[in-house]
Design a protein around this ligand. Structure first.
Ligand code: ADP
Ligand code: MG
Length: 463
């Protein structure tokens, strides 16, 4: 088949249009900040909000916690088991880590099979590392959980494509405890249930007193920060919680006051959770590649990209991954040879240089929007805590998207500078690798000092 000659200005106009609809200008980012602040306040009271603002029943660690602790970190793609030694004075040992990959079957299983998988993985880890002593365990569970204490939490809904039956509305610590008993694992006491954002914040804050925000940019995306307890109006009584500050899990993946494109609507409609997790679908690793595929297909259907024979490949949901975007955007080789190789591996043969340049531009437009939305929401959280940026703030970020994407961190920093101007120098962003798991071990240690139970919280309705 001969390739249709593409009018150059057709592609240029389409690319300009794409840039325009995906652009997050400074006024738009400021509007995001305004809406984010409003949704935060509503979420902290009992009002309807797309931000769930879930209290974590824990404050930052002091850095003085000591001992060996076990953690289980359930992300969106992997389960990690680890042992972590805290030495006090903000110092810690090198963690022992074992990684297990979750299969689609586990993500769609019933509750007992799912928790048995976690328990069996822990058993393997304990055996490998010859851990026989009784241990406190922190459980990082990175899904929206409504907690009423540090070691209890009810699953609100699944995200990131999970659909394990019989867990929503139940206490995940109770379900894991039962699985430990079923699998004859003795001597493990689950002392803390921790969101991955909270673990990330705790891990960094253990050695850095300025750390007051934790962000995840991996399969999914979310953030937490420090709020004075008096502002968490929806907590009606604190039980035995005695600290004046508490970490709040924002669940920002569900923020929905964002300008969307037709491509976002297509992705959302075809997702496992339509109309939910709107920000996550514009920002996180699980969705960016798919969003790029939808745009590439659209360009192909308009005769602006590749030959028509590529359409069948581009129509396959999930074929294009976020790590492909990293490879594509990082290609600075003459003739964009890496992109050519990558397209070939997907079955797209014979691309022209113009095709490859267009693919690179499309990926950049999509990932830049993601990093600017992240920057705006980060600025919203910082200015909620400290409107004038009168002190230093360290933002701890964990997640492979932030770590591996060639431009994400740079674009996020650039947008923060545009929004906060000179005061942006008071914001330090720190990659906190594997922090979500380490932090769960730290919070298990914090929780040993006193378990908070019996808090009462009014039910919030999410929009
Ligand atoms: P989790 O979210 O499960 O805790 P990670 O933080 O490791 O785990 O994130 C995994 C996700 O990161 C993958 O699902 C994928 O979307 C994304 N990812 C993996 N490799 C890359 C890469 N090279 N560039 C950008 N994103 C990537
Ligand atoms: Mg993770």
């Amino acid at each position: 088949m001969t390739e249709k000659k593409i009018p150059k200005d057709g592609l240029r106009t389409a690319m300009d249009d794409l840039k325009r609809v995906f652009r997050v200008s400074v006024p738009e980012a400021n509007r995001i900040i305004y809406d984010f602040h409003r949704e935060m306040v509503r979420g902290l009271s009992c009002k309807k909000s797309s931000l769930r603002m879930l209290p974590a029943y824990v404050d930052r660690p002091t850095g003085g916690e000591k001992g060996k602790f076990i953690a289980l970190d359930l992300g969106g793609t992997n389960l990690r088991a680890l042992e972590f030694e805290l030495k006090g004075f903000g110092r810690s040992g090198k963690p022992k880590i074992m990684k297990f990959t979750l299969s689609k079957e586990e993500m769609d299983a019933d509750s007992s099979r799912f928790f048995d998988f976690i328990a069996k993985s822990l058993k393997l880890f304990l055996k490998k590392e010859k851990i026989r002593d009784a241990s406190a365990l922190g459980f990082t569970f990175s899904f929206p959980v409504r907690q009423s204490g540090i070691k209890t939490g009810i699953l609100v809904c699944w995200t990131k494509g999970f659909n394990v039956k019989g867990v929503i509305g139940r206490d995940v610590v109770g379900l894991l405890t039962k699985a430990l008993i079923r699998n004859r694992i003795r001597g493990i006491d689950i002392t803390a249930l921790v969101n991955d954002t909270v673990g990330t914040l705790a891990a960094k804050a253990y050695s850095d007193r300025n750390c007051d925000v934790g962000i995840i940019l991996g399969t999914g995306t979310n953030a937490c920060y420090i709020e004075p307890v008096n502002n968490i109006i929806k907590i009606k009584s604190y039980g035995r919680y005695s600290s004046s500050n508490m970490v709040v899990n924002v669940e920002w993946g569900n923020f929905n006051k964002l300008k969307r494109t037709v491509f976002d609507d297509i992705l959302d409609k075809d997702s496992a959770n339509p109309a939910e997790q709107i920000l996550e679908k514009m920002v996180s690793g699980m969705y960016l590649g798919e969003l790029a595929r939808i745009v590439l297909l659209h360009f192909n259907e308009r005769g602006l990209l590749f030959s028509p024979t590529s359409r069948k490949i581009l129509s396959k949901k999930g074929i294009f991954k976020t790590d492909h975007m990293s490879g594509i955007e990082g290609d600075s080789l003459y003739g964009l040879k890496t992109i050519d190789r990558l397209l070939n591996s997907l079955g797209i043969i014979g691309s022209t240089l113009s095709d490859r340049t267009a693919v690179k531009n499309i990926c950049s437009i999509i990932s830049e929007r993601a990093s600017r939305i992240t920057a705006a929401c980060t600025a919203a959280i910082i200015t909620r805590m400290d409107p004038d940026l009168s002190r230093m703030h360290t933002i701890a970020i964990d997640g492979t998207l932030y770590e591996k994407h060639p431009n994400f961190s740079k674009n996020m920093r650039q947008c923060l500078i545009e929004l906060l101007k000179g005061r942006a120098s008071r914001v330090r962003i720190s990659l906190a690798k594997d922090a979500s798991g380490k932090g769960a071990a730290i919070i298990a240690a914090v929780a040993m000092k006193g378990a908070w139970r019996g808090a009462k919280i009014c039910k919030t309705t999410e929009s």
